[in-house]
Design a protein. Structure first.
Length: 178
């Protein structure tokens, strides 16, 4: 809970710019979550993190950014709070602890690390199971392959739900948080 409201940690790339599809999807997601009474938490910088924060902030929600002081990057101007971390592991810990749920948008290896860490922590009961979803073709191709391996290893499957459209993804997460 953040300021009495549930908070969704959203992971995604720092690369997309305003006007690009990935940025606009993240912006829509931030707005949908805020309109549903849910705050957001991101890595606090540009790209998808900025878009989610902007969408949430413009629709009455709070946007928490968990930044890392080793990056020479400018935090999103749409943050309502910045939590500065000194190590990557401290940042990841905060992103995971703040989230009452998690959404993974388009991203590269950093986003893959975040997805994998949340998934592993839930699978090993390091953190409690929480609503966990990903959006986009990238994850819709990777997750089923991993689920087969997880099933083969006789671990928990079905912890991560995949969506193509952002509206269904947001609806799923908000529904699980209510």
């Amino acid at each position: 809970m953040y300021n009495g409201k549930k908070c969704v940690t959203v992971f995604g790339s720092s690369i997309p710019k305003q006007g690009e599809q990935e940025y606009e999807i993240a912006y829509v997601l931030g707005g949908l979550l805020a309109k549903s009474g849910v705050n957001v938490c991101t890595g606090g910088y540009q790209g998808i993190m900025d878009a989610v924060s902007k969408g949430c902030n413009e629709n009455g929600g709070d946007a928490v950014g968990v930044t890392l002081d080793i990056y020479n990057a400018v935090p999103s101007k749409y943050l309502t709070e910045e939590i500065k971390c000194h190590t990557l592991f401290e940042r990841l810990k905060n992103l995971i602890e703040i989230g009452d749920a998690y959404i993974v948008l388009q991203g590269g290896t950093g986003t893959l690390v975040e997805l994998s860490l949340v998934w592993e922590y839930m699978n090993k009961n390091i953190i409690e199971e929480k609503p966990f979803a990903c959006q986009g073709m990238l994850w819709n191709e990777i997750v089923p392959v991993m689920e087969k391996q997880i099933e083969k290893e006789k671990r928990k499957t079905g912890l991560l739900k995949c969506f193509i459209d952002v509206e269904s993804c947001a609806q799923y997460i908000v529904g699980k948080l209510k």
